[in-house]
Design a protein around this ligand. Structure first.
Ligand code: TIU
Length: 225
């Protein structure tokens, strides 16, 4: 594989052509509080198995991506310990008795520095991989992600992680508006709600790929190995 040569892979609504050297793998919010038994997500009554099925495919994709010397970035959703970046509306929305910033099963919920806020060990960032701490659902809002991608010459992004219709979808839309091509491998993204997962993917690839492309990790792996 020559990282400077374009590769085309099977995708919907049509093949995705990318140049590996200028394409980043962006792994969204694979955090303990969303994915682990006993975390905030499960405490709210969500089915974490729908998210946990993405761990293995992400692990394989990440290993192959790293082996090829390609760019990797990770995000975490969370807030300053003083909650200065937590909008009051976000704090109260959901009407749960326990909300963001409160003590939870793995420390204060979605607060930076707490155990539950960190990335699961299976996909832990390696030295040199940027970790973007974001206060919103999208990875571009109030972060330096766009600057980092531009400084590194990145034009295309493979977006994986959780959840399909919330943080993955919002990030793909933000990236699309900034001129990036996005590919979402469907086995590497997940939602607590299978119907929302399907809808989230459909929204990306409909209308001729209005926000990007949808594929499967096996097609990316086949192109890289
Ligand atoms: N990362 C992310 O998607 N955060 C969420 O709050 N997701 C939900 O589905 N709630």
């Amino acid at each position: 594989m020559n990282p400077n040569e374009p590769i085309a892979i099977e995708a919907e609504p049509y093949p995705f052509e990318f140049v590996p050297a200028t394409c980043a793998l962006l792994i969204i919010d694979m955090q303990r509080d969303f994915l682990e038994p006993g975390g905030f997500g499960e405490m709210l009554g969500n089915d974490i198995s729908q998210l946990r099925r993405t761990i293995e495919p992400n692990k394989i994709l990440l290993a192959v991506w790293r082996k090829n010397g390609l760019q990797v970035l990770h995000t975490r959703e969370g807030h300053r310990p003083d909650l200065g970046c937590l909008p009051p509306a976000k704090k109260i929305r959901g009407r749960s008795p326990t909300t963001i910033g409160d003590p939870g099963p793995m420390g204060r919920i979605l607060v930076r520095g707490e155990a539950g806020h960190d990335i699961i060990p299976e996909l832990y960032p390696a030295f040199g991989e940027a970790v973007i701490d974001k206060p919103g659902k999208g990875a571009f809002y109030a972060t330096d992600l766009h600057a980092i991608l531009m400084n590194r010459g990145i034009r295309q992004i493979i977006v994986t992680g959780v959840t399909t219709e919330v943080c993955v979808n919002t990030t793909v839309r933000e990236a699309n508006d900034r001129g990036y091509d996005c590919l979402v491998p469907e086995d590497c993204v997940g939602s607590y709600f299978p119907d929302m997962h399907e809808a989230g993917l459909k929204m990306i690839k409909e209308q001729g790929g209005i926000f990007g492309w949808v594929s499967q990790s096996k097609h990316i792996l086949a192109a890289l190995t």
